[in-house]
Design a protein around this ligand. Structure first.
Ligand code: NAD
Length: 495
């Protein structure tokens, strides 16, 4: 049985003897253990990250970029090694795991441009013979805390950019699937990254609390559920840290009567049931506007009956299990609650059995119609393969639903009307908006982040927002007077 330890100063080691179980969600079996770090692990990691920062921040941006470029090549060669590690501990299909690694790799690719990204601004003669310029300098030791649903991609939203900016980094991966992070750390070391620049601290809430309470850590990047995001934002800010904390979601996809129906149905099914709905950009609410509702529900319900639910190692699998037994129970309870609240259960995914994998944490694709705003299944994030269809009479009512919801991660509209689409992209109170695109996840050179209860803090992840988050701005004003001596000035200088 595998044991996952920490990555400290370029070595796999740990001091704690306390371990947490790791499960294979497809089989419902324990397959390994991950260390639950103690105070000594944390102290050693901090020492390592301090040393790493001192050495790494002296590297020129171009030298750092070359190490990142090597790292990119190593990941590219190893996608087929990393993907099964992700799938085994998460349950997602192998192609989906590969896709998620590639989306993370694109952030590394973006970070290779760091010499260009760190170029500051320069103004000559802001006053007579006075020049002014700005530079961006690293923060020091940065930390990232990541969720279970993207064990490769979400950490890669953070550490490549932070490290490219000259910081050292401590990653606290999800304890449910920690193995991929260790592999990434080994690959980065092989790429030429000095030991101590990238460290992995494994464990549960106790490790998170050590990170957010420590005053030597300059920033916290968090991705996970909203209650934890809020806790981390408040606690980290109280110790003077810079913090970005991304939370949960309830993404609405609006289908207008003039939409291409088949395109909308395919978009919704992929986005609602892909990765068993365990994506923060999953579509969990389809808002059917006007006359399209009956046709939409019929088509989705027909198509999902033949969706292939299977373990990741079945090449035909389109959707795998949920992450844990507890989560399966929670999702099934939501379905029961939906029925009790009066929503119409069109397809029921409860008690889903796959021959040979009866202990796996599978829930079948589930579809509700006639879901109402006041219902729990509408208000809360379910994070499973459960799609709610809400019927709205008009576009205005549909937009109101999107804007009144407490979450603001992603949304999308399917329509053939340019005016409606422009109105929607302008007026939706949501961080990431799609038009005829079901999952509008921004590429690495844009930035990822929601609004409202989906993001606490002012910076989104990666792209230029990431560079700004992981650097401090300094503005220099400079004059070289040869022989002028004006004496002291008691009024603020003006031009
Ligand atoms: P989670 O909040 O339970 O855990 C995330 C991380 O926080 C883990 O590393 C975990 O160890 C730690 N943690 C858990 N409870 C904690 C506590 N009480 N105090 C301190 N730390 C704690 O989230 P999860 O279940 O791993 O991931 C699913 C959630 O993440 C969903 O809500 C999903 O929407 C969200 N998510 C959001 C985004 C986004 O970009 N907004 C992306 C991916 C996932």
């Amino acid at each position: 049985m595998k044991k996952v330890n920490n990555f400290i100063a370029g070595e796999i080691k740990c001091f704690s003897q306390n371990y947490l179980p790791i499960f294979d969600p497809s089989k419902g079996e324990k397959i390994g253990e991950v260390v639950n770090s103690n105070e000594k692990d944390f102290a050693e990691i901090l020492k390592s990250a301090k040393k790493g920062f001192n050495e790494w921040s002296e590297f020129t941006p171009l030298k750092r970029s070359r190490v990142l470029s090597n790292f990119k090549s190593i990941i590219e060669k190893n996608i087929s090694t990393l993907a099964p590690i992700v799938s085994e501990e998460h349950g997602k299909t192998i192609e989906d795991a590969k896709g998620s690694i590639i989306r993370g790799l694109e952030v590394v690719e973006f970070a290779c441009g760091i010499p260009h990204l760190l170029k500051g601004e320069f103004s000559q003669n802001v006053g007579t013979n006075i020049d002014s310029w700005s530079i961006r300098q690293p923060l020091g030791i940065c930390a990232g805390i990541t969720p279970f649903n993207f064990p490769a991609m979400v950490p890669m939203w953070m550490f490549p950019i932070s490290i490219a900016c000259g910081n050292s980094f401590i990653l606290k991966p999800s304890e449910k699937n920690p193995s991929c992070s260790i592999k990434l750390a080994e690959m980065f070391l092989d790429a030429g990254l000095p030991a101590g620049v990238f460290n992995i601290l494994n464990g549960d809430k106790s490790s998170v609390d050590r990170l957010i309470e420590n005053s030597e850590i300059s920033s916290i990047s968090f991705v996970g559920s909203t209650p934890v995001a809020k806790y981390i934002y408040e606690k980290s800010a109280s110790t003077g840290k810079r913090v970005q904390a991304l939370g949960g979601a309830k993404n609405h996809l609006i289908v207008m009567p003039d939409a291409n129906l088949q395109q909308a149905v395919d978009g919704i099914i992929g986005a609602a049931y892909g990765s068993a709905g365990e994506r923060c950009m999953a579509v969990s609410v389809a808002v059917a506007v006007g006359s399209i509702a009956d046709k939409l529900v019929d088509k989705i319900s027909n198509q999902i009956q033949s969706l292939k639910v299977a373990p990741w190692f079945d090449n035909n699998s389109e959707m795998g299990p949920l992450i844990s037994k507890d989560h399966k129970t929670k999702v099934e309870q939501y379905i029961t609650d939906g029925v009790e609240e009066g929503a119409k259960l069109v397809v029921d995914g409860r008690n889903y059995q796959i021959q040979g994998y009866e202990n796996g944490y599978f829930v079948g694709p589930t579809l509700f119609d006639n879901v109402k705003e006041e219902m729990k299944i509408y208000k809360e994030e379910i994070f499973g393969p459960v799609l709610s269809v809400v019927r709205a009479e008009t576009y205005e009512k549909a937009l109101e639903l999107v804007n009144n919801h407490k979450f603001g991660n992603g949304t999308s509209i399917y329509t053939s009307d340019g005016e409606i689409s422009r109105h929607f992209t302008t007026n939706a109170k949501i961080g990431m908006v799609g038009v005829n695109v079901p999952i509008p996840v921004p590429m690495a050179f844009h930035s990822f982040g929601g609004w409202k209860d989906s993001l606490f803090g002012s910076n989104a992840m990666h792209g230029v927002e990431g560079v700004n988050f992981y650097t401090k701005l300094k503005t220099v004003t400079s004059r070289w007077p040869k022989s002028i001596n004006d004496g002291p000035e008691f009024i603020i200088p003006v031009n």
